[in-house]
Design a protein around this ligand. Sequence first.
Ligand code: TYD
Length: 203
Amino acid sequence: MFITFEGGEGTGKTTLIALVKKELESKGYNVILTREPGGSGSLFAESIRQLVLDPKYTNVNPYTEALLYAASRAQHLDEVILPALKNKTIVLCDRYLDSSLAYQAFARELGLDFILNINKYALDHLPNLTFYIDLDPEIGLKRIKGRDKIDRLDQEKLTFHQKVRSGYLEVAKKFDDRIMTIDGDQSIDNIAKIMLDSIMSKI
Ligand code: TYD
């Protein structure tokens, strides 16, 4: 089973995946946790991650960025995800194709067709289940900053993240057979329970 986790900043994604992994392992399942961009276990994909997330590169063309995310994804599939699935291991992946749809197709406005085209390989290997944790970016950004007010720079960030959120909501509507939207404005324990119930009913 291939399960992906999606959401904006401050949604608690990373904590949630770790909780889900622990619970599934306690039930006796083999589980691996990986993430994008990059992917634990693929040197090449991790090198692309370093490149694409390095703040020293300013002025990166959005097409360059989108192609790098897609490139790292193809490598990640071949070196990590597909071998694990073949080995009957549950793969939990922090971000996948839907991140490119929300961030690159919608927020960066490159369009759904282009992003789907360059991600053809990932489209051939869609997750069995995707959790999208939906949260107002204002709440998410405050959570990670640990303060009440957001400044001018954050405000810019906020507009971008609002576009990411509406992108995700569109993507979740379009692929509603695979994507489950969960309200992120509730306790981590509640969200983890919703996720586990849904995974167990699929297994
Ligand atoms: P990361 O530090 O892993 O952040 P997070 O904890 O939010 O997952 O950085 C991943 C960043 O890359 C995040 O801002 C989203 C972005 N991203 C894309 O824009 N497109 C993609 O396809 C992927 C996988 C990530």
